[in-house]
Design a protein around this ligand. Structure first.
Ligand SMILES: [Zn+2]
Ligand SMILES: [Zn+2]
Length: 267
């Protein structure tokens, strides 16, 4: 192994939308019979350090929020601006997967290279999209935008594990979609994994109970194991849609919708 110190990065979760009416039976493949309110939040994530800025996912637009009846809190671009990140200058954007809530605003990043798994592009342009249930969380315009970026030399494909910046790596998990990837980041508190839709809530991974929107249940269950192996512990796994992320981690001063994930949880 090279004798190089592990760098550490700042990591942020930025909430941009919410679905407050959701019930717990909507969030588990085998729901509890005692149903209860269980809202779902929408985030993008940012990683900063070593002179680099990396954004994970681009969120959806206000128009998409209206179509899908989500409560839009602010544009993901405005959220990044609030922590001093100019979307127009960002050079690396990881797209975890091509669902509408993760890949909807690529145009906000005109200088970026988009990091995507081979398997996700094949999934979102191939035979799985002949099935309405798997197509439902996609916006065809987002997929077309991704294809255009391939033709404009702006996509860097990964096949499994890849490095985005020193010790910041992507890992193929799949399951929820054909080629979903998670991001592992070294921080001052250890290895954090931005799991996004590999586990929507902490309860999905803790109870080994997948979210019902899933392309391959077996791979999703294997994904729980992969994510656990990559992270330093349960609090180092950041779920993709859990409102608890905002309450458990310290907020950036004056920004209650943005929390620091490289800091230890407060609750
Ligand atoms: Zn998804
Ligand atoms: Zn999602």
């Amino acid at each position: 192994m090279p004798d190089r110190p592990t760098p550490s990065y700042e990591v942020y979760a930025l909430r941009y939308a919410t679905a407050p009416e959701r019930k717990s039976q909507d969030n588990f493949i085998f729901p509890d019979i005692h149903d209860a309110p269980m809202p779902l939040d929408f985030y993008i994530w940012a990683i900063r350090g070593q002179g680099r800025t990396i954004v994970l996912d681009t969120g959806f637009s206000e128009a998409a929020a209206k179509r899908r009846q989500r409560v839009f809190l602010r544009s993901p671009g405005a959220a990044l601006d609030a922590i001093g990140i100019d979307a127009a200058a960002v050079q690396d954007v990881v797209i975890s997967h091509l669902h509408y809530d993760h890949a909807g605003n690529m145009d906000l990043f005109p200088r970026a290279t988009f990091h995507l798994q081979d398997a996700e592009m094949a999934y979102s342009t191939g035979r799985c999209m002949c099935h309405a249930v798997l197509r439902r969380p996609m916006e065809v315009e987002d997929v077309l935008t991704a294809v255009r970026h391939v033709y404009a030399d702006r996509v860097r494909f990964h096949d499994g594990t890849g490095e985005i910046a020193p010790d910041v790596t992507v890992h193929l998990v799949g399951g929820h979609s054909g080629g979903l990837q998670v991001v592992r980041v070294p921080t001052a508190r250890g290895w954090v994994v931005l799991a996004n839709d590999a586990t929507h809530f902490w309860a999905n991974i803790r109870n080994r109970s997948p979210f019902p929107l899933v392309a391959d249940v077996g791979r999703m269950l294997e994904g729980f194991r992969i994510v656990e192996e990559l992270a330093d512990g349960p609090d180092h796994i950041i779920p993709g849609h859990d409102p608890l992320v905002l309450t458990r981690f310290p907020a950036v001063k004056g920004q209650p919708e943005i929390v620091r994930l490289d800091a230890p949880p407060t609750g």
